[in-house]
Design a protein around this ligand. Sequence first.
Ligand SMILES: NCc1[nH]cc(CCC(=O)O)c1CC(=O)O
Length: 301
Amino acid sequence: MSALKLGTRKSLMATTQSRLVADALTQRTGHAVELVGVTTEGDVSKALLAQIGGTGVFVNALRDRVLAGEVDFAVHSLKDLPTGPAEGIVLAATPLRDDPRDALCGPAKLADLRRGARVGTGSPRRVAQLRALRPDLEVVPIRGNADTRLRKVTDGELDAVVLAYAGLRRIGREDDVAEIFEPDQMLPAPGQGCLALECRAGRADLLELLGTVDDPVTRAAVVAERTVLAVLEAGCSAPVGAYAAEEEQELRLTAAVVAHDGSRQIRLSASGHPDQAERIGRELAAELLARGADQLMGERD
Ligand SMILES: NCc1[nH]cc(CCC(=O)O)c1CC(=O)O
């Protein structure tokens, strides 16, 4: 069999994580894997993610290559996948999750930033939770790859930026991290720190091969977290966090909806058997809605 073609975005973060997946697959199956770089709309558009996000801007071009048979499978940051199903595409594997937490990058910890310090992030979830922790901060919307964002701090344009710790590790920028937020301070985005392998539906041979790097616990966590997002009908433009992990054989899910100004939040947890991940997510989301999540998400400042 010739080398498997892996479709990936071209950023350093994307190619690093895709290379890790390729090496793991080769190690487990003996198949050579070749990376094929693809440019996505999200790599080109200058619009803020809060406006274009949630609709698969980092994902659609890769899925097109998979459907056209130009690549055998694609590797995505799972966080970037829309919650709805994609015609003809299956989620073949979710490898073991990397660190799910958010990190503050810059010279100082959050508590040590001066009053009114400028902190960059484009994510409404991070904005709302930052404001809850430090209402005095000036939150500045930013975009671009991790490198570009970190440069705004070294250039002095911003005092700090918030990024996913897993991504920073993948690009070797751990030294830029001043503080890693625990989930009770800043609840991660659904699927943060996870990868997704997608291939065309109906390719049983390939599914089996890709399945060798699947981690069932990660998959259960992802299903629970993303079900919350789907039921709330929220995308990455909504201030919603969700994080699930295995605790004593049970899957424990926490989800939060935070007001845009950080003044209020609804935060709930539930546990259950990992096989029941979807139900746990659905019921927790219903409870969030019953407690006014819809109204909280709709409010703008
Ligand atoms: N397109 C945004 C994106 N998608 C995945 C990651 C980080 C890595 C991850 O969560 O797996 C990032 C950057 C960030 O949030 O800092």
